[in-house]
Design a protein around this ligand. Structure first.
Ligand code: PBG
Length: 324
């Protein structure tokens, strides 16, 4: 044979392969989600997320210091609300002494440079486990947006660097942006869950926070997983309304969407490698059916290759450890 190109030339050794690698994972890429609980000395391993914990604030601080030391620049906070404080208004969500607000302050005090992002949605605070206010079995849009605005302002006041609305109500990004501006929170960013699908892969997360919907599902606000163009419409609307970073969620079954969004926008794109995606790898590894470390690096590299500039992943620490 007289071939002009032998594609295997660039794969011949580890050194050559690394020289021509198109995608390089670094700890800068990762956003580490954290589940926070009331109390002290609490470290509860989430049954459907082996190796992942819900921590009280004291342990959370230790974890944040560890993550910062490993080169991870950002955490995304979720809290578990006590049942007795849940209702259909979500008012605990903007309690200035609430668990989220105390956690933001404690983290910013301990590691000021850590970029603190906060989940904005009513589900952990809702007696119905829905992301919005419920009336006659419906999730109301506009009154929910009013609540999300109060929640966002209280996170900004506590020192959050970015609020991350994950609720999928219409018009919430514009309303939050306007409220931040009129209240002098001019440097608080918005990372919008723009293309968030109604997915079965959120199951373990709802265990972590006791936030499973009490009736029905989330299909009247989260997107139908059959749709592609809708993801672009949602994302463009959020950018017009003032989102700094947009997100596609989940990640691995949505790599096509990540790429299309990446090609359509000029703001940073994040992807959420969700709880069920974590659980799948962990479970297969526990059975001895997959090499966990290889599965993690391949998955995260694929998500970045698809177009994610940032990846929210429960493997952030494990991956940063492997990359070191
Ligand atoms: C709540 C929220 C969810 C997740 C992030 N924010 C669950 C849901 O929408 O039901 C899922 C994260 C994960 O599964 O890792 N609005």
């Amino acid at each position: 044979m007289h071939l002009l190109h032998r594609n295997r030339t660039l794969r011949r050794s580890a050194a050559i392969r690394s020289m021509v690698a198109e995608t390089l994972l670094t700890p800068n890429d990762f956003i580490a989600p954290l589940f926070i609980d009331e109390g002290e000395g609490v470290a509860f391993e989430i049954p459907s997320m082996p190796g992942y914990f819900r921590y009280s604030v004291d342990h959370t601080i230790k974890e944040v210091k560890t993550l910062w030391g490993m080169g991870i620049k950002s955490v995304l906070l979720f809290i578990r609300c006590r049942d007795e404080w849940k209702d259909n208004t979500g008012k605990e969500a903007w309690n200035e002494n609430g668990l989220m607000q105390r956690s933001i302050k404690a983290i910013k005090d301990a590691v000021p440079e850590m970029v603190v992002m906060t989940d904005v949605a009513l589900d952990p605070y809702s007696e119905f486990g829905h992301d919005g206010i419920v009336k006659d079995g419906q999730i109301l849009n506009d009154v929910t947006v009013d609540a999300l605005v109060k929640m966002s302002l209280s996170h900004a006041a506590a020192g959050a660097d970015f609020v991350a609305p994950s609720d999928m109500m219409d018009g919430r990004i514009g309303a939050i942006r306007q409220a931040l501006e009129t209240n002098q929170f001019t440097h608080t960013g918005i990372m919008s869950y723009s293309a968030k699908y109604a997915s079965c892969f959120y199951g373990p997360f709802r265990d972590a926070l006791d936030s499973a919907p009490g009736f029905g599902d989330k299909k009247t606000y989260q997107m139908n997983f059959a749709n592609r163009l809708e993801a672009i419409n949602e994302t463009m609307a959020d950018i017009r309304e003032g989102a700094d970073i947009v997100m596609v969620k989940p990640a691995m079954a949505y790599l096509d969407i990540i790429r299309e969004v990446k090609n359509a926008v000029t703001v940073p794109v994040s992807a959420y490698h969700v709880s069920g995606e974590y659980a799948m790898i962990k479970a297969a590894a526990q059975m001895g059916w997959l090499d966990e470390q290889k599965a993690i690096l391949e998955s995260l590299t694929a998500i970045k290759r698809a177009g994610a500039d940032l990846i929210a992943t429960y493997f952030a620490k494990e991956a940063a450890g492997m990359l070191a």
